[in-house]
Design a protein around this ligand. Structure first.
Ligand code: SF4
Length: 702
């Protein structure tokens, strides 16, 4: 066992209180839920990631438990009126099972798809993957984590042989002499994380931010590089070029711990800082200062997030920063390294246990015969009966209802009508399905289109585990039972599997599911075999891999070797290329999307919280005042942002913190302000991640 400080147990014996974690982002801040009278109070809790801090989303999370919009009965669409009408659970589940059978009889097993989410617990993500492969025997399962983390995941596997967002505890950030954040805005997305950056500053550390916008995080930086969207890769190659020119490379590390550097050296030789300045707009002096700050520091950490990832070249962009980190000898060195800031609450665990199209539990590959045999053995089925890999999320959604594509889909914990790129097309695809089932606790925009809506439990009403951005497995503790009429996602899968005569068991008890998950993940990359709920409670979480119940967990990876066959990290030669869509006469501006402090993801939950709605009541379009003047737009004017795929309308917000050639809109809202009506459907060829961060638009006063 490690010797991290012991945390208190579930409730300290008080049944009206539970120690758990926030339901939202991957920081998974520790919190206490307490029933006081007729309301649930949220109190912050000391935990290594949040150190007693919470953001406004966390403080207000319990408001949804008794929200009037809460779904408490299944809804089934009446074929005569087209309305969603209350139904019994038996009727709703019977209807789903009958329709699945009819679709699969008529069109084959792959005609039914499953779409999951990065907010589902490990137990649910695991059970959903098993349900798709064993109960439905469809290859079509994927999840909204494709929108969020998949490019860094692919780049991590390519370089290190393993994808764990942070290969070190978050507290290491405070010890980095230089910290480079690329396309990350934790001051707005994960405010308590800034406590670690404050530590770093107090110790004399230097913060450098690369972001096209002057974000709240960028304002706190010692140096802010503000590149044109889509040019991060060139910036990274220029930084490595400078590091080479100035003799900052850690030659011993490169020789002893890596392969492939010579080709990368040849590639970056062409990235002259002056040329990259012309391409990206980042002054050469700032490129040089950044390379020196990283290359001369005793300890340095490079972190990437969605800004680097959400491009059609997102994997290569992340690889360019990983190359830089490797050349400087950072990964595996104490207080140094490369990491990725995961976004969704269980973005890490949700991509480890089988809801990805190409994956089996334990981060195994579904096309690996040994992996199929192991997992099929745990599930008690023939490995030959497991389907092969499916397709990434966008390709899956785009194919719905098309010839050869799925004709039915089950959605758990996701709202693609708001969150998917080219959302108007995806909405029409969903409308065209023979059967759309959505399990949610609120009527999201996607649920509103469904044939059957299943009301499921919220985070404070269920037990389970989440894996945070550090790869630390955490316990989610229930404060109370779900309200009458509401069931857990696991119970839904149990019922459906029984109706579909699934040849394996689907327990509704999360503890039983976790025990099975441990066996299924044993020996895999993300090995949870030694993780027990008791150990998590006793030890402030457990870092995977943890293969042995009596052995240590792994807070830090790569100290001695990487998870590649030869133990060495692999450099990847990568080159800049333009965004999939270029600005032109008709669409002369760059469009980019992101988040705001008081809203979360597609907003289904946070848009219904009164305090958050007051803080961030609706969508907006951020424009530079010079651009606004050219367009004849003043603050608050409604503007129309149009791309080749659609348009959004929202009030203009004028700010000098954005480039005059770029406009920004947050993606939390549906309807007219839906940012994803505009976004590009280009995806990264390796990760399948959409290019949310750049497309070409025109803007006019509406
Ligand atoms: S949303 Fe994220 S940063 Fe905010 S309280 Fe929840 S876990 Fe913490």
């Amino acid at each position: 066992m490690t010797h991290r400080a012991r945390s208190a147990t579930r409730s300290g014996g008080d049944p009206r209180q539970a120690e758990t974690h926030c339901p939202y982002c991957a920081l998974q801040c520790g919190m206490v839920l307490r029933e006081t009278g007729d309301r649930v109070e949220v109190l912050p809790r000391q935990f290594p990631t949040n150190r007693g801090g919470l953001c406004q989303k966390g403080w207000t999370a319990a408001e949804l438990l008794d929200h009037p919009d809460r779904l408490t009965t299944p809804l089934v669409r009446d074929p005569a009126t087209g309305e969603l009408r209350p139904a019994t659970w038996a009727a709703a589940l019977d209807r789903i099972a009958a329709d699945i059978r009819a679709v699969q009889t008529g069109y084959g097993r792959d005609a039914v798809a499953v779409f999951g989410g990065g907010g589902l617990t490990n137990e649910k993500a695991y059970a959903l993957g098993k349900f798709a492969r064993v109960a439905l025997r469809t290859r079509h399962i994927d999840y909204n984590g494709r929108w969020c983390m998949s490019s860094a995941a692919a780049a991590g596997i390519r370089a290190f042989g393993v994808d764990r967002g942070l290969p070190f505890p978050l507290a290491d950030l405070g010890r980095a002499e230089t910290l480079l954040l690329v396309g990350a805005n934790p001051a707005e997305t994960m405010p308590p994380l800034m406590r670690h950056l404050a530590d770093q500053r107090e110790r004399g550390g230097r913060l450098i931010v690369i972001d096209p916008r002057v974000t709240a995080t960028a304002r706190q930086a010692d140096l802010h590089l503000q590149p044109l969207p889509g040019t991060d890769l060139a910036v990274a190659n220029a930084l490595l070029h400078i590091a080479l020119t100035e003799g900052l490379i850690d030659k011993d590390y490169v020789a002893a711990r890596t392969t492939g550097f010579d080709e990368v050296r040849r590639t970056v030789a062409g990235y002259w800082p002056a040329e990259v300045e012309r391409l990206s707009g980042v002054p050469m002096a700032d490129l040089e200062a950044t390379a020196r700050a990283l290359g001369t520091a005793r300890s340095a950490i490079i972190l990437t997030a969605r800004g680097a990832e959400q491009h059609a070249k997102g994997v290569d962009t992340v690889s360019a920063f990983v190359n830089l980190a490797l050349a400087l000898g950072l990964p595996g060195r104490p207080g140094s390294g490369y990491g990725c800031l995961t976004g969704q609450g269980n973005g890490q665990g949700g991509r480890e246990h089988g809801q990805k199209a190409d994956q089996l539990p334990g981060y195994r590959k579904i096309d690996d015969p040994a992996a199929r045999e192991h997992v099929a053995g745990v599930w008690g089925v023939d490995p030959d009966d497991l389907p092969g890999p499916g397709v990434p999320a966008y390709q899956l959604l785009e194919s719905l209802g098309t010839p050869g594509g799925p004709r039915a889909m089950l959605v758990f914990g996701s709202n693609p009508v708001v969150s998917a790129p080219r959302a108007a097309l995806i909405e029409s695809r969903l409308r065209g399905l023979d059967l759309l089932v959505v399990a949610d606790f609120l009527l999201s925009e996607t649920a509103a289109l469904a044939d059957v809506v299943l009301p499921v439990a919220q985070w404070a009403e269920e037990e389970g585990t989440m894996t945070n951005l550090e790869g630390r497995v955490l316990r989610r503790h229930a404060l109370r039972q779900p309200p009458p009429g509401v069931r857990t996602d696991l119970a839904v899968l149990t019922e459906l599997a029984a109706r579909l005569d699934a040849p394996a068991s689907f327990p509704a008890d999360p503890a039983e599911v976790f025990t099975e998950l441990r066996r299924a993940s044993a020996g895999g990359v993300a090995d949870y075999a030694g993780v027990s709920w008791e150990r998590i409670d006793a030890d402030e979480g457990v870092f995977w891999p943890c293969p042995d119940p009596d052995g240590p967990d792994t807070p830090r990876l790569f100290a001695d070797s990487f998870a590649t066959p030869d133990g060495r990290a692999r450099f990847q030669p990568v080159t800049h290329r333009p965004a999939a869509e270029q600005v032109c006469v008709d669409y002369p501006l760059h469009f980019t999307t992101g988040r705001v402090l008081a809203q979360y993801q597609s907003g289904t939950q946070t848009r219904r919280v009164a305090a958050l709605r007051r803080a961030a009541p609706g969508g907006f379009v951020e424009l530079h005042p010079d651009l606004a003047a050219r367009l004849g737009v003043v603050e608050g004017d409604e503007v129309r942002v149009a791309s080749r795929r659609g348009e959004l309308r929202a009030p203009a917000r004028l700010t000098p913190t954005i480039r005059p050639d770029t406009v920004f809109a947050p993606f939390h809202w549906g309807g007219a302000a839906r940012a994803n009506s505009v976004t590009s459907d280009a995806t990264d060829p390796v990760s399948g991640m959409p290019e949310f961060k750049i497309c070409a638009v025109r803007v006019e006063k509406a």
